[in-house]
Design a binder for this molecule. Sequence first.
Ligand code: ATP
Ligand code: MG
Length: 374
Amino acid sequence: MTLKNMLMWDETLFRDPDIFEIDYIPDQFNYRENQLRELAFLLKPGLKGSRPLNAIIKGTPGTGKTTSVKKIFAEIGEIKSKMLTVHINCQIENSRFMILSQIYRQIAGHNPSAAGNSYKRVFESIAETLLEEDRVLLIALDDANYLLFENELNNVLYLLLRAHETYPGTRIGVMVIISDMDVDLSRELDIRVTSVFSPTEVYFPPYSVQETFQILKERVQQGLYPGVLSDSLLDLVVDHTLRSGDMRVGIDMIKRATLNAEKEAKREISHEHIQEAYKISRFLHLKYSIQALRREEKDVLRILVELSRNDEQLTSGKVYTVIKKKLKLGYTVYYEALRKLDSLRLLNLQFRDGRGRTRLINLRYDPDKILQYL
Ligand SMILES: Nc1ncnc2c1ncn2[C@@H]1O[C@H](COP(=O)(O)OP(=O)(O)OP(=O)(O)O)[C@@H](O)[C@H]1O
Ligand SMILES: [Mg+2]
């Protein structure tokens, strides 16, 4: 194609490009009827003005946990009831103060008053608002595994679940959403929290081949023009999606493959367009995990990448001597960062038999790829 043709080319293969955006909430949402019904059952007391039952929502990434909760919360917003719902993204709101401020913002419609507020002050304002307006509160702590560091999950749950002790009459329920299947909350939570939490677990299993195919097919029908992606090539996308275990990879692949086809002014997606797309989409997890890191965690990761270029096995002790010199981080902060990078599956932290505290560290991604996203 000549440059002129390229600039003039305005035919698109997308019927609606928004369908493939990361925060798009699909109209069609199948295969989660049981989970939705169970969640509805748990929160129902809240609609009548009592405290909703607590829940732990568990399932690997991309199994529809966030979408389910957002859909239910949207429905609740449409009916007249005493219950207010607040969805918290713990990747962003990752401290007790930030979470409480966000809750206050959402129920009051404005920021907590005066800068320099303590979390206790903000919490008091939340409780007062609930009591004054006779409201029940249901909070979803989404991606709560981000709160496992520095004990924040315990701190937040303690405050929310024991609110009625300090502010009699408050009714607050919590849904904790966790995508890391290795996390065992009964081990992570303090006794002072578990004694009031008693959650019901709602499990989101991975989608089967057929389900994945159908979900992606619906997106294709809504988002692309007919004939752009054949069923047999969609099978290839499904294959890659199942291998990565995350529906997002499939959705992202379809978007990229379509853009690849458009770039070549083709009307149909080819095998190559999909393979090219997969080269990028398969790192979706890496990209989002890195985005969610704090500054010092990124610094630690960067040093790990540098050190991994020497052929030696990385150990937590050896790495720390470098970190101490370059970043001036304390050991505890450094070790918490390692734990977080491990739980995000960016690296693997392993005990070495009989050698005290030191751990073996192995990066799970190619160092160059990590640098690219850092
Ligand atoms: N049953 C479904 N029907 C249509 N789209 C779905 C379905 N399940 C998941 N998706 C889509 O897959 C993507 C991931 O879903 P969602 O964000 O709800 O997963 P999640 O379980 O919260 O994942 P994570 O643990 O990584 O946060 C979203 O784009 C969502 O629209
Ligand atoms: Mg989610």
